[in-house]
Ligand binder design. Structure first.
Ligand SMILES: [Zn+2]
Ligand SMILES: [Zn+2]
Length: 113
């Protein structure tokens, strides 16, 4: 499956959060279903929109190329990086990106590590 808008696999496995929320609520973590709810319908989700949602979920005010690369790596788990994605793929990519974000390796990038 190499085309951008190929049907999403029926089961999409995302990596569990590396840093689970400390609030004690096991339902606190963002799920693929939740993220998919942001994209009703079958319209392709633009790459920039995926970036925007990941940044919002992580509470990042500014992002850098490390962030962009991180999101691209997460997307690459499910499909090829492209200009837009099927909603389910976009949702999985957002959750994967959020769950596996370590923070930026460069101290100058905003201190979100
Ligand atoms: Zn929480
Ligand atoms: Zn950075």
């Amino acid at each position: 499956m190499t085309t951008t808008l190929s049907p999403a696999p029926s089961v999409i496995e995302v990596t569990p959060p590396l840093y689970p929320c400390g609030c004690g609520d096991p339902d606190c973590a963002l799920t693929v279903d939740e993220a998919a709810g942001w994209f009703p319908g079958d319209d392709p989700v633009p790459h920039v929109t995926v970036l925007k949602y990941v940044a919002e979920e992580l509470g990042l005010l500014a992002t850098c190329r490390f962030f962009d690369l991180h999101v691209e790596r997460s997307i690459a788990r499910f499909t090829e990086v492209a200009e837009a994605y099927a909603p389910r793929i976009a949702a999985a990519s957002i959750v994967e990106s959020v769950n596996t974000w370590h923070g930026c390796p460069e101290a100058l990038c905003g201190g979100n590590a």
